[in-house]
Design a protein around this ligand. Structure first.
Ligand code: IPE
Ligand code: IPE
Ligand code: MG
Length: 251
């Protein structure tokens, strides 16, 4: 697909204007259904999904997005059958092994959000190595939400502020959105401009609850393993047609 005339046309259209979303967040959903539709076990859908991650990163680099946050595994996903959880963790390790070199070459800096203490020692060390080796990257910040829950993140920030208040580092009267955001895992990162969910589900599933207050939502019926540059570019072009009002009166 890369390099087809249609993709080049979409990319030209995106690059012509200077309102590319700075931060795109994606709920990568539908791997299981993709596999089921083909009579395959669910893990094969997850493996195919890994290729879509690659296309999405590539497309983000091409389009000039500066932050891409991918929801790879939710805290609730721990409640899936153990064999599926094991397969997902093994794929994470495989992803790091396969992609690290190219991510570094493309200037992608990877950060992992979520409760990494729940990851297996192997998966944890693998993502930590990836964070370290990609840390000089400056073309794209790729955030992987793994063992992530939006409510957990908010609770963590509340806990951090409570500790600051008890120790006298902050006066509770001074707590505001900025001090709160400094305790989120996304501290320093702009809120997502565009939130994409694949597979047609119209829900948030505990993703970035604080940060998406004014994100534009884009739900596509495409299942994650079929998502590619074209789908990403179409979402960006649709985003550009939206009028963001932030509660104010439109133009
Ligand atoms: C998304 O695909 C991947 C993860 C949540 C880990 P699913 O596994 O949720 O696929 P469906 O929703 O069952 O099709
Ligand atoms: C959301 O998908 C989590 C990820 C994509 C990692 P799920 O498949 O877990 O969400 P629900 O269960 O449909 O809400
Ligand atoms: Mg799902």
């Amino acid at each position: 697909m890369a390099g087809t005339p249609e993709l080049s046309r979409l990319l030209d259209e995106i690059r012509q204007a200077d309102d590319v979303p700075r931060h795109v967040a994606v709920i990568m959903d539908g791997n299981g259904r993709w596999a089921r539709d083909r009579g395959l076990p669910r893990w094969k859908g997850h493996r195919e999904g890994m290729k879509a991650v690659r296309r999405c990163v590539e497309g983000s680099l091409q389009a000039g997005i500066s932050h891409l946050t991918l929801y790879a595994f939710s805290r609730e996903n721990w409640d899936r059958p153990p064999a599926e959880v094991r397969a997902l963790m093994a794929l994470l390790v495989e992803y790091v092994e396969r992609e690290a070199r190219e991510l570094v070459a493309n200037g992608v800096r990877v950060t992992v959000f979520g409760d990494r203490d729940r990851l297996s020692a192997e998966a944890r060390s693998s993502v930590e190595t990836l964070e370290r080796t990609t840390s000089p990257g400056s073309a794209l910040c790729l955030n992987l939400a793994i063992s992530y829950g939006g409510r957990d993140e908010i609770l963590g920030a509340a806990r951090g502020l409570a500790e600051d208040a008890v120790s006298g580092r902050i006066d509770p009267a001074d707590i505001d959105a900025s001090s709160f955001e400094r305790h989120l895992q996304t501290a320093g990162i702009p809120d997502p401009d565009l939130l994409i969910r694949t597979s047609g589900e119209m829900r948030i599933s505990n993703f970035l609850l604080w940060q998406i207050a004014y994100s534009e939502l884009y739900v596509t019926p495409v299942l994650w393993p079929e998502f590619g540059e074209r789908e990403l570019y179409e979402a960006i072009l649709e985003y550009r047609r939206r009028e963001r009002r932030f509660g104010r009166v439109g133009a």
